[in-house]
Design a protein around this ligand. Structure first.
Ligand SMILES: [Zn+2]
Length: 254
Protein backbone atom coordinates (compact mmCIF):
# COMPACT_ATOMS: atom_id res chain seq x y z
CA UNK A 1 0.00 0.00 0.00
CA UNK A 2 1.33 3.41 -0.92
CA UNK A 3 0.40 6.75 0.54
CA UNK A 4 1.49 10.37 0.39
CA UNK A 5 1.32 12.31 3.59
CA UNK A 6 2.63 15.36 5.38
CA UNK A 7 5.07 14.31 8.10
CA UNK A 8 7.63 15.69 10.50
CA UNK A 9 10.98 13.92 10.72
CA UNK A 10 11.59 12.98 14.37
CA UNK A 11 14.83 11.07 13.95
CA UNK A 12 17.26 10.06 11.24
CA UNK A 13 19.95 7.40 11.16
CA UNK A 14 22.20 5.81 8.63
CA UNK A 15 22.74 2.17 7.89
CA UNK A 16 25.01 0.78 5.21
CA UNK A 17 26.76 3.34 3.10
CA UNK A 18 23.96 5.18 1.35
CA UNK A 19 20.84 4.07 3.15
CA UNK A 20 18.91 6.00 5.74
CA UNK A 21 16.16 5.16 8.23
CA UNK A 22 13.77 7.80 9.50
CA UNK A 23 11.22 8.02 12.23
CA UNK A 24 8.33 10.07 10.90
CA UNK A 25 5.35 11.58 12.62
CA UNK A 26 2.71 11.36 9.87
CA UNK A 27 -0.23 13.71 10.25
CA UNK A 28 -2.89 11.01 9.90
CA UNK A 29 -0.98 7.85 10.83
CA UNK A 30 1.10 8.71 13.85
CA UNK A 31 4.71 7.65 14.26
CA UNK A 32 6.16 5.21 11.73
CA UNK A 33 9.66 4.07 10.78
CA UNK A 34 10.64 3.96 7.12
CA UNK A 35 13.75 3.24 5.08
CA UNK A 36 15.10 5.48 2.35
CA UNK A 37 17.35 3.28 0.23
CA UNK A 38 20.00 5.37 -1.41
CA UNK A 39 18.65 8.27 0.64
CA UNK A 40 21.97 9.78 1.60
CA UNK A 41 22.95 10.43 -2.02
CA UNK A 42 19.65 11.00 -3.82
CA UNK A 43 19.18 14.73 -4.05
CA UNK A 44 16.48 14.35 -6.63
CA UNK A 45 14.14 12.21 -4.55
CA UNK A 46 14.80 13.56 -1.06
CA UNK A 47 16.31 17.00 -1.41
CA UNK A 48 16.60 18.49 2.09
CA UNK A 49 13.98 16.11 3.53
CA UNK A 50 16.08 13.58 5.41
CA UNK A 51 16.96 15.72 8.40
CA UNK A 52 15.54 15.87 11.87
CA UNK A 53 12.93 18.61 12.27
CA UNK A 54 11.90 18.83 8.64
CA UNK A 55 8.29 19.03 7.56
CA UNK A 56 7.81 17.35 4.22
CA UNK A 57 5.30 15.60 2.07
CA UNK A 58 6.50 12.01 1.78
CA UNK A 59 5.43 9.28 -0.58
CA UNK A 60 5.72 6.00 1.30
CA UNK A 61 5.39 2.49 -0.05
CA UNK A 62 5.99 -0.93 1.47
CA UNK A 63 8.64 -3.54 0.89
CA UNK A 64 7.82 -6.43 -1.42
CA UNK A 65 6.68 -8.65 1.43
CA UNK A 66 4.95 -5.76 3.11
CA UNK A 67 7.07 -6.02 6.23
CA UNK A 68 8.47 -2.48 6.34
CA UNK A 69 7.89 1.01 4.95
CA UNK A 70 10.00 2.34 2.10
CA UNK A 71 10.30 6.07 1.44
CA UNK A 72 9.88 6.76 -2.25
CA UNK A 73 10.36 10.50 -2.32
CA UNK A 74 9.87 13.65 -0.32
CA UNK A 75 9.06 17.26 -0.99
CA UNK A 76 10.34 19.77 1.53
CA UNK A 77 7.62 21.98 3.04
CA UNK A 78 9.39 23.70 5.93
CA UNK A 79 12.81 23.31 7.51
CA UNK A 80 12.29 25.57 10.58
CA UNK A 81 15.37 27.75 10.01
CA UNK A 82 14.42 29.95 12.98
CA UNK A 83 14.70 26.95 15.31
CA UNK A 84 17.86 25.51 13.79
CA UNK A 85 19.70 28.77 14.32
CA UNK A 86 19.06 28.73 18.09
CA UNK A 87 20.55 25.95 20.22
CA UNK A 88 18.44 26.85 23.24
CA UNK A 89 15.24 26.46 21.21
CA UNK A 90 16.55 23.28 19.63
CA UNK A 91 16.87 21.83 23.13
CA UNK A 92 13.20 22.55 23.78
CA UNK A 93 12.23 21.10 20.42
CA UNK A 94 14.19 17.94 21.16
CA UNK A 95 12.28 17.57 24.41
CA UNK A 96 8.93 17.84 22.61
CA UNK A 97 9.96 15.42 19.84
CA UNK A 98 11.17 12.86 22.39
CA UNK A 99 7.88 13.11 24.19
CA UNK A 100 5.85 12.57 21.01
CA UNK A 101 8.01 9.58 20.14
CA UNK A 102 7.67 8.09 23.61
CA UNK A 103 3.88 8.47 23.64
CA UNK A 104 3.80 6.22 20.56
CA UNK A 105 1.00 8.10 18.86
CA UNK A 106 -0.90 5.72 16.58
CA UNK A 107 -3.35 6.44 13.74
CA UNK A 108 -6.16 7.24 16.14
CA UNK A 109 -5.61 10.58 17.74
CA UNK A 110 -2.62 11.38 15.53
CA UNK A 111 -4.09 14.48 13.89
CA UNK A 112 -4.69 16.60 17.03
CA UNK A 113 -1.22 15.75 18.36
CA UNK A 114 0.34 16.53 14.99
CA UNK A 115 -1.42 19.90 14.85
CA UNK A 116 -0.41 20.62 18.44
CA UNK A 117 3.23 19.84 17.68
CA UNK A 118 3.33 22.02 14.57
CA UNK A 119 1.63 24.91 16.35
CA UNK A 120 4.13 24.54 19.21
CA UNK A 121 7.05 24.65 16.78
CA UNK A 122 5.59 27.70 15.00
CA UNK A 123 5.13 29.54 18.30
CA UNK A 124 8.63 28.69 19.39
CA UNK A 125 10.04 29.71 16.03
CA UNK A 126 8.34 33.09 16.25
CA UNK A 127 10.48 33.58 19.32
CA UNK A 128 8.23 34.45 22.20
CA UNK A 129 7.70 31.48 24.54
CA UNK A 130 9.21 31.43 28.00
CA UNK A 131 11.62 28.52 27.70
CA UNK A 132 11.13 27.08 31.16
CA UNK A 133 7.38 26.64 30.59
CA UNK A 134 7.28 25.12 27.13
CA UNK A 135 7.94 21.43 27.85
CA UNK A 136 5.47 21.52 30.73
CA UNK A 137 2.74 23.13 28.64
CA UNK A 138 3.31 20.82 25.69
CA UNK A 139 3.36 17.70 27.85
CA UNK A 140 0.23 18.68 29.75
CA UNK A 141 -1.71 19.70 26.66
CA UNK A 142 -0.77 16.58 24.72
CA UNK A 143 -1.72 14.34 27.63
CA UNK A 144 -5.06 16.11 28.07
CA UNK A 145 -5.73 15.68 24.32
CA UNK A 146 -5.25 11.95 24.63
CA UNK A 147 -8.59 11.83 26.42
CA UNK A 148 -6.95 12.24 29.80
CA UNK A 149 -8.09 15.75 30.73
CA UNK A 150 -8.31 15.98 34.53
CA UNK A 151 -11.54 16.71 36.35
CA UNK A 152 -11.10 20.19 37.78
CA UNK A 153 -14.68 20.97 38.78
CA UNK A 154 -15.84 18.27 41.19
CA UNK A 155 -13.91 16.60 43.97
CA UNK A 156 -12.87 13.14 42.76
CA UNK A 157 -13.56 11.69 46.24
CA UNK A 158 -16.86 13.19 47.41
CA UNK A 159 -18.25 14.59 44.15
CA UNK A 160 -18.95 18.06 45.55
CA UNK A 161 -17.78 21.19 43.72
CA UNK A 162 -14.13 21.22 44.67
CA UNK A 163 -13.54 24.96 44.81
CA UNK A 164 -16.46 26.11 46.99
CA UNK A 165 -14.83 25.39 50.32
CA UNK A 166 -11.20 25.66 49.29
CA UNK A 167 -8.39 28.14 49.94
CA UNK A 168 -10.84 31.04 49.66
CA UNK A 169 -12.38 30.24 53.03
CA UNK A 170 -10.47 32.34 55.55
CA UNK A 171 -11.76 30.71 58.72
CA UNK A 172 -11.03 27.15 57.69
CA UNK A 173 -8.00 27.20 55.39
CA UNK A 174 -8.78 23.99 53.56
CA UNK A 175 -6.21 23.20 50.95
CA UNK A 176 -7.08 21.87 47.53
CA UNK A 177 -5.08 18.94 46.23
CA UNK A 178 -4.70 16.99 43.03
CA UNK A 179 -5.07 13.23 42.93
CA UNK A 180 -2.87 11.94 40.13
CA UNK A 181 -4.30 8.42 40.39
CA UNK A 182 -7.93 9.55 40.25
CA UNK A 183 -7.18 12.27 37.71
CA UNK A 184 -8.69 15.31 39.38
CA UNK A 185 -9.09 17.64 42.33
CA UNK A 186 -9.60 16.64 45.93
CA UNK A 187 -11.55 19.19 47.96
CA UNK A 188 -10.43 20.55 51.32
CA UNK A 189 -12.81 18.31 53.26
CA UNK A 190 -11.55 15.05 51.84
CA UNK A 191 -8.28 13.63 53.05
CA UNK A 192 -5.98 12.12 50.50
CA UNK A 193 -2.40 11.87 51.68
CA UNK A 194 -1.23 10.79 48.23
CA UNK A 195 -2.62 13.91 46.56
CA UNK A 196 -0.33 16.80 45.62
CA UNK A 197 -1.23 20.16 47.22
CA UNK A 198 -2.38 22.59 44.57
CA UNK A 199 -3.30 26.22 45.04
CA UNK A 200 -6.28 27.72 43.30
CA UNK A 201 -4.03 29.69 40.93
CA UNK A 202 -2.43 26.45 39.70
CA UNK A 203 -5.86 24.86 39.25
CA UNK A 204 -6.84 27.79 37.05
CA UNK A 205 -3.66 27.38 35.02
CA UNK A 206 -4.40 23.69 34.45
CA UNK A 207 -7.87 24.62 33.31
CA UNK A 208 -6.43 27.28 31.01
CA UNK A 209 -3.96 24.80 29.49
CA UNK A 210 -6.92 22.61 28.55
CA UNK A 211 -8.53 25.46 26.60
CA UNK A 212 -5.43 27.20 25.24
CA UNK A 213 -3.56 26.76 21.98
CA UNK A 214 0.25 27.06 21.71
CA UNK A 215 -0.16 30.56 20.21
CA UNK A 216 -1.62 31.64 23.59
CA UNK A 217 1.26 30.25 25.65
CA UNK A 218 3.56 33.28 25.46
CA UNK A 219 0.95 35.17 27.51
CA UNK A 220 1.48 32.94 30.51
CA UNK A 221 3.81 34.16 33.23
CA UNK A 222 4.10 32.20 36.48
CA UNK A 223 5.81 32.61 39.81
CA UNK A 224 8.59 30.06 40.30
CA UNK A 225 6.67 28.42 43.18
CA UNK A 226 3.59 27.84 41.06
CA UNK A 227 5.71 26.60 38.20
CA UNK A 228 7.32 24.01 40.46
CA UNK A 229 3.94 22.94 41.83
CA UNK A 230 2.51 22.52 38.34
CA UNK A 231 5.66 20.83 37.08
CA UNK A 232 5.41 18.23 39.85
CA UNK A 233 1.72 17.55 39.20
CA UNK A 234 2.10 17.32 35.42
CA UNK A 235 5.16 15.04 35.66
CA UNK A 236 3.37 12.69 38.05
CA UNK A 237 0.22 12.79 35.92
CA UNK A 238 2.18 11.85 32.77
CA UNK A 239 4.06 9.11 34.63
CA UNK A 240 0.87 7.58 35.99
CA UNK A 241 -1.38 7.83 32.91
CA UNK A 242 1.08 7.44 30.04
CA UNK A 243 3.73 5.44 31.90
CA UNK A 244 6.50 7.86 30.94
CA UNK A 245 9.16 9.49 33.04
CA UNK A 246 11.85 12.00 32.03
CA UNK A 247 15.23 10.57 33.07
CA UNK A 248 18.72 11.54 31.97
CA UNK A 249 17.57 13.52 28.97
CA UNK A 250 15.07 11.04 27.62
CA UNK A 251 11.62 9.56 28.31
CA UNK A 252 11.55 6.10 29.80
CA UNK A 253 8.67 3.67 30.00
CA UNK A 254 7.92 2.83 33.60
ZN1 LIG B 1 -14.25 16.07 48.57
Amino acid sequence: MEFTEKALVLKVGRFRENDVWVKLFCAGRGVITAFAFGGSRSRRRFSGCLDQLVLASFRVGTSRRGSYNVLQEGELLHGFPGLRADTRKLGLVAHCLKFVEAVQVGPEGARPVFDLLLETLATLESGVVGAEMLPLLFKAKLTFEQGLAPDLALCVRCGRPAWDHSCLDNEVPHQLAFSVERGGLVCGFCDDVQAEPLCLGSVRVLEWIGQSRPADWPKLALEPGMRRELGRVVDRFVAWHLGLRWENGTYRKI
